[in-house]
Write a protein that binds this ligand. Structure first.
Ligand SMILES: [Zn+2]
Length: 470
């Protein structure tokens, strides 16, 4: 009982302290906007969001939130406030062609920060990087988190466990005919980090040890492994027993695990292995997700990162079979998307997006994927807007779409205590829009202001340095 009283006294003292905390110049309140808080609740008309010390101190209808004296107010009447957008799957250094990996060797983090700034400029306050050069990603993430650099908040996985690097047979087999073995090995190592293709030969226990070491030394936020092969997408990469060992190691370390899968069986295996997120779950080659697997995804509310594309993109894929099977696979993916949406799957906005340099459209490696492609879904500058447009065209409700781009991602990655919704205590990551995004998904592009960690972002200045973007 005494302890109880002491506790209450402490809480009361704490409240008094918050109320009495003097306003700093960074504290402010957005007043008068329609607030769509991301919890799924009805929008709050004439709302107030009080931001103090980088976090949301209060949110509610005008009259229910008291703005303390001395705090700057920003008139936001006629605007719409949403949580900062997120992307569950980007590659901040995606254009990892031989030219770029050699030209920028030693400062990949600069390219990563450039990409993180372009994401932030477009209202994406948090990104999850699911494949890239680990050390450079860690460096970029830490620079942004410490305030030394501006950019979207990065969570990273480093390598896709079991994949080899950008100059390897998994990505660019011809590189080995042009570059010396030393160069290929040196570059690939930035990505592989001790968990490359050699793991596919190993026993579950050996893989477990490698993954454990990778997590312990890697400064990672989550892990991703290959359930499918990368070049031969119909091939299974790791056995079920090994997949279970990988997932267990992630959970043992308190982080989430996800898998890259491209077939119905590898999708089923990762689910059985217990992954937290199915990355591009809708990509299953020419074979649609079977009813039994769909049922498990729905019943267990498994977070499904789906690569939904716009009608315009989809139409183009019908007539541009630029590699064998592409048109059929695209048709199947759309069928999967429609089934997942119809059945009410827990969707995450996911794009695989990154920056492409000025030479990439004419490059033999990436050119065919990029040249004259309408509504290119992997272009970081507008990937998230296109995704939101695409799910709207597939019949996902506007509120579900917003949650797929915010709250669902935070929950799936175990970050919902910090980000994902506009609720007291969370980081003040938000976007102020000039028009209602629930009315028309194109309004996500109509940004007035982006705030991250309570700081208004000077969007016109981003990216501060251009390497790949134009
Ligand atoms: Zn993948």
């Amino acid at each position: 009982m005494t302890r109880y009283i002491a506790m209450v006294a402490l809480i009361v003292a704490g409240l008094v302290m918050i109320a009495a905390t003097p306003a700093t110049e960074n504290d402010f309140a957005l007043v008068g906007a329609t607030v769509i808080d991301g919890t799924g609740a009805k929008p709050i008309k004439n709302g107030v969001i009080l931001i103090r010390d980088g976090r949301i101190a209060a949110v509610g209808a005008s009259g229910s939130v008291v703005v303390p004296a001395g705090i700057r107010t920003v008139d936001s009447a006629g605007k719409y406030v949403i949580p900062g957008l997120m992307d569950a799957n980007v590659h901040l250094f995606l254009d990892a062609e031989p030219e770029n990996v050699l030209k920028y060797e030693g400062h990949y983090e600069d390219l990563i920060i450039e990409a993180a700034q372009i994401a932030l400029k477009n209202g994406v306050t948090t990104v999850f990087d699911t494949w890239g050069p680990r050390a450079a990603l860690v460096n970029a993430r830490n620079q942004i988190n410490s305030g030394a650099a501006v950019g979207s908040r990065i969570y990273l996985a480093g390598n896709i466990i079991g994949f080899t690097g950008p100059l390897s047979s998994d990505f660019f087999p011809d590189a080995q005919k042009v570059f010396s073995e030393n160069v290929v090995n040196r570059i690939d190592k930035y990505w592989e980090q001790g968990v490359g293709g050699e793991l596919l030969w190993m026993t579950p226990d050996e893989v477990r040890a490698k993954v454990r070491a990778y997590i312990e030394n890697g400064n990672l936020d989550f892990i991703k492994y290959g359930s499918s092969g990368h070049v031969n997408e119909q091939f299974i990469a790791f056995s079920l027993e090994t997949q279970r060992a990988i997932v267990e190691e992630a959970h043992r370390a308190g982080i989430t695990a996800q898998a890259h899968s491209t077939s119905v069986e590898s999708l089923k295996m990762e689910i059985e292995a217990g992954v937290d997120i199915m990355q591009h779950c809708d990509v299953t080659g020419p074979e649609p997700i079977p009813a039994a697997t769909l049922k498990v995804i729905i019943d267990r509310k498994l977070p499904c990162s789906a690569m939904v594309v716009t009608n315009k993109q989809l139409d183009w894929t019908k007539s541009h079979n630029f590699r064998p099977g592409y048109s059929d696979e695209s048709k199947t993916r759309d069928l999967n998307d429609r089934n997942l949406i119809k059945m009410g799957a827990t969707l995450l906005l996911t794009t695989d997006a990154g920056l492409f340099g000025p030479d990439s459209a004419s490059s033999p490696l990436l050119g065919p994927y990029l040249k004259d492609v309408p509504d290119l879904p992997t272009r970081l500058q507008d990937a998230d807007y296109l995704w939101l447009q695409a799910v709207s065209e597939r019949g996902l409700s506007p509120m579900d779409a917003l949650q797929a781009a915010t709250r669902n991602i935070a929950v799936a990655y175990g970050k919902a205590k910090e980000i994902g919704t506009l609720e007291p205590g969370k980081r003040a990551d938000l976007v102020v829009l000039n028009a209602d995004p629930l009315e028309d998904p194109r309004n996500y592009r109509n940004i007035q202001l982006v705030v991250k960690d309570g700081i208004a972002i000077d969007r016109d200045k981003l990216p501060i340095k251009r390497y790949l973007s134009e």
